[in-house]
Design a protein around this ligand. Structure first.
Ligand SMILES: [Zn+2]
Length: 251
């Protein structure tokens, strides 16, 4: 099977990328995965690695204070999100020279590129963000602020916990069912009060609902819990586990 991703190792760092996104000439992107020689990566270390890979200064890598919200931050000329800001779980920019990133370990990282208007977005979607439709709200803001059209968007859905390992109970399934009438397509009941849901596909469905073409949505089907050699998993390793960062920038 031909993979829709590739893993690169260079100068002691490794990352995953999606060739379809690599071919968009005005951006760079990277899903930075578990490094071979470091311990549990923290936000600071992740920014350093991202800066090194993208050939930037550390200060050019912007992250947000992620709180499983549905708030979307817009970077403009003056304004940059910082860790001190209130919670945001997605950000958008059309500035060049700033990489925007989301930090995950099981949650779904989504990078979106508007090829026509030259706008990029990075989205963090765990089950809460997914239930709050964070990815749809991001696309709406791209449209409101930058005039993006869904049909011009290309998305990369990065490694996340797979349906194989993502077991949830009624606390998760009930709000999801209420929100998505198609949830049955992406959930399997395994036993009483235990379901396995596919967060990547629910996010893909949301993108399709907003008008993004299915052929422009690229999913990396690697489970973060199954592949401990490559990824950190909050579910598998606990809260003290390392984090990964997905970044995108306009050159
Ligand atoms: Zn798995």
């Amino acid at each position: 099977m031909k993979h829709n991703y590739k893993i690169t190792e260079l100068n002691g760092n490794r990352w995953l990328s999606i060739p379809v996104l690599d071919r968009i000439d005005f951006i760079r992107h990277s899903f930075i995965i578990k490094q071979r020689d470091s311990g549990a990566e923290t936000n600071g270390a992740l920014k350093e690695i991202a800066a090194k890979i993208l050939n930037l200064e550390k200060g050019q890598v912007a992250t947000i204070n992620q709180t499983h919200s549905d708030a979307v931050f817009i970077h403009n000329e003056e304004c940059r999100a910082s860790e001190a800001d209130e919670g945001f779980d997605a950000h958008i920019t059309n500035n060049s020279g700033i990489a925007i990133g989301v930090v995950t370990a099981d949650c779904v990282p989504i990078l979106i590129v508007d090829k026509a208007k030259r706008v990029v977005a990075a989205v963090h979607a765990g089950w809460r963000g997914t239930a709050k439709r964070i990815v749809q709200k991001t696309v709406e803001k791209m449209s409101d602020y930058f005039g993006s059209k869904s049909e011009d968007l290309t998305a990369g859905i990065g490694p996340a916990i797979g349906q194989c390992c993502y077991e949830v109970d009624e606390k998760v399934i009930e709000p999801m069912k209420k929100e998505f009438d198609y949830l049955n397509k992406f959930s399997i009941q395994k036993k009483e009060n235990k379901w396995h849901i596919d967060l990547q596909l629910i996010n893909r469905e949301q993108l399709i609902e907003t008008g993004v073409k299915q052929e422009n949505i690229n999913i990396v089907s690697l489970c973060t819990s199954c592949h401990s050699d490559l990824f950190y998993s909050y579910r598998k390793d606990g809260a003290g586990t390392g984090r990964m960062i997905a970044v995108v920038m306009i050159k």
